[in-house]
Structures are given as C-alpha cells and as structure tokens.
Ligand binder design. Structure first.
Ligand code: COA
Length: 330
C-alpha cells in the first residue's frame, strides 16, 4: 500500500496589499520590490479572520474534491507559524471543530515554510504503516499577524493564505508519493526568527516595545543559504530515486522570491514552463505556499493524475525538504 495525494484545495483572503500600498507604509518602491523579489501583491486576512478560518476554507475544498466524507478523516495535521493561539489549543483542533469533525487525532507542527512537505513525510509513514487511512493536511498562515509593517526588509515579502490536501492509500505506484526528504540545521535559528513571546522572552511590555513578537530576518544571508540548499535538495532526491530532472512534469518550489526560484531552476536546468509560480500574486505564504502552488497548477488544468511533481522548500529553523509526488487526484 502506498500513500497518495488524492486532492488539493486552497483559499486566499480577498483583500489585496499591493506594492503601491506598501509604498505608503514604508520607504520602498514597486520597482525595487518587483526587481528583487518578483512580488507584485499579496493577500491579507481581515481582523475577523484567523489562521484556522483560512485553513478550514482550504480544507473544505480539498475534502469536497477528494470525494470522501469528512467523517472518514482519521488524522488532521496543520503546519503554521501563525497559529490562532500561541500555546494551545492547536490550530488543527480548531480546524477540526470548524469542519464539524470530532473524535479525531489532530495536532500542529512547527517547521516554518517547510511545514507542508514535512507533513507529507509524516502522512506517508502513517498511511504506509496502516496506522491511518485518510489524512487531512493543512498549511495555513495569517502571517500578517507576525509581520512588522515598519520593517521594509520583511513586510514586502509575506502574505496570508491556506492550502490543504487529502492523503489516502493506493495500490497504484503511479499515483503515489514517491519519496520525501526533510532536514534541519538549528545553527541558523537566528537568521529567520520571531524572538519574542515564547518561553525565552515571554510577552511583556519590553518585548512588545522592542517589536520582538515580529519576524526578524537576515535577508541576504537567508537568500544565499536558500539557493544552495534548495538546489542540493533537488539533486539529492532525484539521484536517490534514479530520476532525471527531465522526467519531472512540474517543479513546484516554495514561493519565497522569484530570484531564488529562478536561480535554483537555472542551476538545475528546469524549463520555466515546468515551474509553477504564484509568488507574483501571493508573495511568501510560508507553510501554505506549496499547497497553494499545487492548487494553482491544478485549477489552471496543468496537473493531471499520475503527473510527477517535484516539491522543494526551505524555511526558518533552518528547515528544508523536498518531495517527489505523483498526483493521485482527478
Ligand atoms: N525597499 C527598498 N530598499 C530596501 C528594501 C525595500 N523593501 N529592503 C531593503 N532595502 C535596501 C537595504 O536597506 C539595502 O540598502 P543599502 O545598500 O543602502 O544598505 C539595499 O536595499 C540592499 O539590501 P539587501 O538586503 O542586500 O537586498 P537583497 O538584494 O538581498 O534583497 C531581500 C533583500 C529580502 C529581498 C532578499 O535578500 C531576499 O529575498 N532574501 C530571502 C528572504 C526569504 O526568502 N525569506 C524567507 C525564506 S523562507
């Protein structure tokens, strides 16, 4: 029995934050942002919407497309760096309740932008071991809640959104998750971090005054490590599965920055036509980025059953992960 990605769904809030809007908030320009990142706009959730609301809407679409009844789901995992609540309950528990699913195992994982691919490795193991049969994975972020809109080095990059997938079992190898590689190096923790409001610097007037509850990033250093790691990751997973880049139908990288994606793509000789890009319209949506990109390719009719997708991601931790996935949906 193999694990299979049976369906995909995504949701973005309606409010658009354009580069022109950001020009009014910080010392930046549309031209600078587009040239350095390829981002034109991103979505921002309303004050009434939380991460679980975005995740629930994406999950409803993925469930409907899978053709299974929600009651069949026996595990819900949510990857997020912007949970509804800092400690508990998990966002996965809240999504389960909003979906009307009770009596189900549900928990969050913390792997920043690598969250969705990390979850794929867990789902693959649960299904192949027979422990679980129908798993809902949700990557959801109201990342605007932890972005400092006075810091031009970070606020231009991120956006809100959610993506979800149903992972089930198949005996058909041509519809299976082929392999997942996931790794981390905590020595880079300070490069991309929300320093405050955890146990190290608990929330206080001082941490808030110093804006330590927001994302801090060494952008240039992150950029260099990201290009190197994302490239090595792809070479590694293709080699260990005896595959050539030319056998991949869709390269679906983490949508952090067009320049990063393009540098990796060029090093690997992937044609741009095979590369899925959503960064221009959504920016970096962290754990939601990969499932949102799969969904975009699905909804535009690019992805078909059995197509080989190569996922490649990188994020705070540092964490990184890649996956070879044959699309198992219709
Ligand atoms: N608008 C205008 N100027 C800006 C700016 C902005 N939004 N942000 C930074 N600058 C300025 C800097 O202050 C610096 O000015 P200086 O030369 O006078 O000191 C100059 O632009 C160059 O800054 P630098 O940080 O070297 O730019 P860069 O080419 O590395 O681009 C990023 C900055 C953030 C776009 C880029 O480093 C990046 O994308 N890094 C990876 C971030 C990422 O993907 N993080 C998530 C990983 S999951």
């Amino acid at each position: 029995m193999y694990a299979s990605l049976k369906s995909i769904g995504a949701y973005v809030p309606s409010r658009i934050l354009s580069n022109a809007d950001l020009e009014k908030m910080v010392d930046t320009s549309d031209e600078w942002i587009e040239k350095r990142t390829g981002i034109k706009e991103r979505r921002i959730a309303s004050a009434e919407e939380s991460t679980s609301d975005l995740g629930t809407k994406a999950a409803e679409i993925a469930i409907a497309r899978s053709g299974i009844a929600k009651e069949e789901i026996d595990l819900i995992i949510c990857a997020t760096l912007s949970p509804d609540h800092l400690c508990m309950p998990s966002t996965a528990c809240i999504i389960a309740a909003k979906l009307g699913i009770t009596n189900v195992m549900a928990y969050d994982i913390s792997a920043a932008c690598s969250g969705f691919v990390y979850m794929l490795s867990m789902a693959k193991a649960y299904i192949e071991s027979g422990m679980k049969k129908k798993i809902l994975l949700v990557g959801a972020e109201k990342i605007s809640s932890v972005v400092d809109y006075t810091d031009r080095g970070t606020c231009i990059l991120f956006g809100d959104g959610a993506g979800a997938a149903i992972i089930g079992a198949t005996d058909n190898k041509n519809e299976a998750i082929v392999d997942v590689h996931a790794s981390a190096d905590g020595n880079y923790a300070d490069y991309l971090i929300t320093p405050g409001c955890g146990s190290k610097y608990p929330c206080s007037q001082e941490t808030l005054d110093e804006r330590l509850n927001f994302i801090k990033m060494k952008g240039n250093d992150v950029y260099k490590v990201a290009v190197k790691t994302l490239t090595n990751d792809v070479v590694d997973i293709l080699q260990s599965n005896g595959l050539e880049a030319s056998q991949v139908d869709h390269f679906i990288p983490h949508q952090a920055n067009f320049r990063i994606i393009d540098a990796v793509r060029e090093k690997l000789n992937f044609p741009i036509e095979k590369t899925v890009l959503t960064v221009e319209k959504y920016g970096n949506t962290s754990a939601a980025s990969i499932p949102m990109a799969i969904n975009d390719a699905y909804e535009t009719g690019r992805i078909h059953k059995g197509d080989l997708m190569l996922l490649d991601t990188f994020g705070g931790g540092f964490t990184w992960a890649s996956a070879l996935v044959r699309f198992g949906g219709n």
